[in-house]
Design a protein. Structure first.
Length: 274
């Protein structure tokens, strides 16, 4: 049986960051702060269900909580004149008993976000759209906007059948075992009249070279002397300075009688003496 690993948890510290940035002194404090995080995220997702909020980051200081809301529709989060975000801030402060600072970040391309992609498929399933059509449209839309690979999977009583099954649609590459691959993962639920249908989405957005630990060093071929034909080992950039290398070479004098050629001045003097 295949052993499945969460694609984002597998890449934490490599090219993914945690959604909560704080430290607890002991186990009791950790449990309390974790429950606060769950309360904050639940309240935000209930209030901003129509704003497309796939990610909520929480950062804590002494007696203050910083909340960063990533939304596809920031206008719904802010409201007219900032009324909605102010109301949300007051409700979070009353629920946690701490001062809350809210920051809103806009998602430029919602089609490349896996959580929003899965949520859009789930919304179509609730409206009784055919699941294969919903998956193909979501995959094609993400590929047109620059994704290197997309996979969407649905599981449950598809089409109202008596027995649940799993279907998926994929286009491009989704290298789950490549740690440097930037893969976004998200899931959603579709509450239909004939049962619950789960939706999962993977979006491959290319490789990340910066910040990857343990990357192999590039191997350069050995340098060749100028004038020699380039063989298979001589392909590629050659950096060393050949003139300096030739000056440092040891000069070897061949064995045998030394032959000295007279200078032109000495030859003219001997001719006059004769």
């Amino acid at each position: 049986m295949g052993q499945k690993v969460h694609p984002i948890g597998f890449r934490l510290g490599i090219n993914k960051e945690r959604q909560a940035k704080w430290f607890a002194a002991d186990d009791k404090t950790f449990a309390t702060l974790l429950q606060e995080d769950l309360t904050i995220r639940g309240a935000i997702r209930r209030r901003l269900a129509d704003a497309g909020v796939p990610r909520v980051e929480i950062e804590r200081s002494a007696n203050q909580v910083g909340v960063t809301i990533h939304a596809a529709k920031p206008g719904i989060v802010i409201g007219k004149g900032g009324a909605k975000v102010e109301e949300l801030r007051r409700s979070l402060e009353s629920a946690t008993g701490k001062k809350v600072r809210i920051t809103i970040s806009e998602i430029r391309q919602p089609e490349l976000n896996a959580t929003l992609l899965a949520q859009s498929v789930a919304d179509q399933l609730v409206r009784r759209v055919a699941f294969r059509r919903a998956m193909k449209q979501a995959v094609g839309r993400a590929m047109r906007l620059g994704a290197k690979g997309v996979r969407v999977q649905v599981a449950g009583r598809l089409g109202g059948s008596e027995m649940s099954r799993r279907e998926w649609e994929r286009e491009g590459r989704v290298p789950l075992h490549t740690i440097r691959a930037d893969i976004d993962y998200g899931k959603a639920e579709a509450h239909t009249t004939f049962g619950l249908i789960g939706v999962k989405a993977w979006v491959y957005r290319g490789d990340v070279t910066q910040g990857v630990t343990g990357a192999p060093e590039p191997v350069l071929p050995p340098p060749t002397r100028p004038g020699t034909p380039a063989g298979p080992a001589a392909v590629g950039p050659v950096a060393p300075d050949y003139q300096q290398a030739e000056e440092e070479e040891e000069v070897v004098i061949p064995e045998g009688p030394a032959i000295f050629e007279p200078d032109e001045d000495e030859d003219d003097a001997s001719t006059e003496a004769r």
